[in-house]
Design a protein around this ligand. Sequence first.
Ligand SMILES: Cc1cc2nc3c(=O)[nH]c(=O)nc-3n(C[C@H](O)[C@H](O)[C@H](O)COP(=O)(O)OP(=O)(O)OC[C@H]3O[C@@H](n4cnc5c(N)ncnc54)[C@H](O)[C@@H]3O)c2cc1C
Length: 469
Amino acid sequence: MRVTVIGGGIAGLATAYFLLEHARAAGRSVKLTLFERSAGFGGKIVSERRDGFVIEGGPDSFLTQKPAALQLCHSLGLDSQLIGTNEDRRKTFIWSKGSLRALPDGLTLIVPTRMLPFVRSPLLSWPGKLRMGLDLVIPRRRSNGDESLASFVRRRLGQEALDRLAEPMIAGIYAADAERLSLQSTFPHLLDLEQRYGSLIRGMLAQRRRAATGGTASRTGQAPFMTLRGGLATLIEVLVARLQADGAMLVNTQAQTLRQADSEYLIYTHDGSCIAADAVVFATPAYVTAELLRPLAPAAADALGMIRYVSTVTISLGFRSKDLNHPLDGFGFVVPRNERRRILACTWSSSKFADRAPAGHSLIRAFIGGSRAEQFIGLDDDTLVDLVREELRLTMGLTAAPVLERIFRWRQANPQYDVGHADRVATIEGLVGQLPGLYLVGSAYHGIGLPDCIQNGKRVANLVLGGTP
Ligand SMILES: Cc1cc2nc3c(=O)[nH]c(=O)nc-3n(C[C@H](O)[C@H](O)[C@H](O)COP(=O)(O)OP(=O)(O)OC[C@H]3O[C@@H](n4cnc5c(N)ncnc54)[C@H](O)[C@@H]3O)c2cc1C
């Protein structure tokens, strides 16, 4: 069977890996070709190792509660490279009314599960806290159907919880606008808690009790987020080395046109060459997939084109630790929209993970852009660094001059799961499914996190080989 994967980000690479593994286990032969447009593999995963710093341009870690990424690392023999977040520094701050305030202990995403730290926290006003408490008595929503995260939080926990907790946390993860973000596609477990327990707080408390007796990640001592010692690109390097042994892995190769000829597909690349395949896996951003599919499936292309993307920038700054007038005693901070600052969030990378900076140095990474401020991506490097330094001076009081500056611009990189996303994806998959042998993977559909992309790749690899999802 000839399979072509278009796109060499984590989704495309994971699909290719599982395809070959499953085929080998089933005694089947797969002739794999993978096209990657840029000069290297990994897509959003870029780790730069420079002067003892490990700088992540895109993702810096993966969630272990969804096990697919961790399991992939295990099966690639990367156990000795895995590192968890520094749990003794586990603290996240929120910029609020002129200072950085720690999120109270026991806050699970946005739902308080320990009352004392929450009650004592200066992050919310007394009326705001009381309004959150009403979650215990507000009846569950009767109607089905998707809802924005903002509407859900406002309904259950109140406007202040939305403005001061949910919105900045969500902006930090999804670079998204909470008023447009689909609850069903991003935090389905919150919806589930409401339906099952009639209250988020009651539901979270029940889950905590179960975790305490059950042996979940927190009880087994596994960090909720993990990365690799040399950066996440290690995962890509090892994956690619495995794949190169069995497949044709082509960089600088842009898929440009797709045609159907009898029972096979012809994929033409930018240089006019052509390859025939029995199955094609699109691991490209939705807007790229849309144009490749348009001649064969115009309705699917239109629906794919409706998945919005926003742009973000990460700016990493390295410092001599002795120059810093801040303890970096946490993982970093997020900034609510109504504070009108120019950064979305800031990670204190060398506090969050070991080995991110050489001895005597610290590494900080700021995020800007997202649905709030796309225009920043157009600024030149010097202006971006000046902007971030000014923001860090105002928020953290940081005045030191960096010894390292590194900027990564991510244009049209973050898919937005707007309300109705799950229905849209079901429509797209239904339409594409009418063309046998065509498949979609990647962050545009069933989750933006690395574990989601990997899990989806595994599922699709199985489908390509004729198995069940
Ligand atoms: C700044 C940032 C921080 C993030 N942080 C985290 C995090 O900490 N944890 C986490 O789990 N997730 C994080 N994410 C999300 C996660 O990184 C992405 O969702 C994931 O890496 C996307 O993988 P992908 O393979 O779907 O897409 P991509 O990585 O975008 O890969 C798509 C590939 O297709 C290639 N391509 C495009 N067009 C063509 C063509 N015509 N022909 C051939 N190739 C083509 C591209 O060059 C690219 O390599 C972050 C994302 C960003 C942008």
